[in-house]
Ligand binder design. Structure first.
Ligand code: S3P
Length: 170
């Protein structure tokens, strides 16, 4: 199968959906954040950002994407910042069906309110700006866009499978 990459803002549900989708497709699940931890040896994304900085994180994130597309038949759950790099886009565009999981900012805020695992969501005001900046980019690079606000993960998976079928016929 063609790789499927899920993109979207933090809290859009990429990890949950990717896990279900990979099971359903019998595909390998790749979580770029987890791969960064594996490659860096750090215990958390916060630790990577706070100790080594964002640039280091982004370098390993790109390595994770490269490895995943090379492996093939993967469902790749991409960190929310993946669209910030032209190189990442190039890698994904050529090698994956890119699905943007869209969620409104209010939904995202609600989903993330009891977590402190996102270094770029520490200040709501900054996160709002980041969301506004990225939204058009997610849309631009997606092969398919899915509104996730009131949907269950299972429904989202079904919608992705339908869109994938239309694109690749299986
Ligand atoms: C980030 C999103 C996070 C993680 C890191 C940076 C971002 O992943 O990669 O905290 O720049 O939006 P999730 O989108 O899985 O939360």
């Amino acid at each position: 199968m063609k790789n499927i990459a899920l993109i979207g803002f933090m809290g859009a549900g990429k990890s949950t959906v990717a896990e279900l989708l990979a099971k359903k497709m019998n595909a390998t699940l790749v979580e770029t954040d987890m791969e960064v931890l594996r490659l860096s040896g750090f215990p958390s994304v916060n630790a990577v950002f706070d100790t080594e900085g964002e640039e280091y994180f982004r370098t390993l994130e790109q390595e994770a994407i490269r490895e995943a597309v090379k492996r093939g038949s993967c469902v790749i759950s991409c960190g929310g910042g993946v669209i910030n790099s032209a190189q990442n886009i190039e890698i994904l565009k050529g090698n994956a069906f890119i699905v943007f999981l869209h969620a409104n900012f209010d939904t995202i805020k609600q989903r993330l309110k009891n977590t402190d695992t996102r270094p770029l969501f520490r200040q709501e005001e900054k996160a709002t700006l980041l969301y506004a900046y990225r939204l058009p980019l997610y849309k631009k690079y997606a092969n398919a866009i899915i509104d996730t606000d009131d949907k269950k993960p299972e429904e989202i998976v079904q919608m992705i499978l339908e869109k994938y079928k239309v694109a690749y016929g299986n």
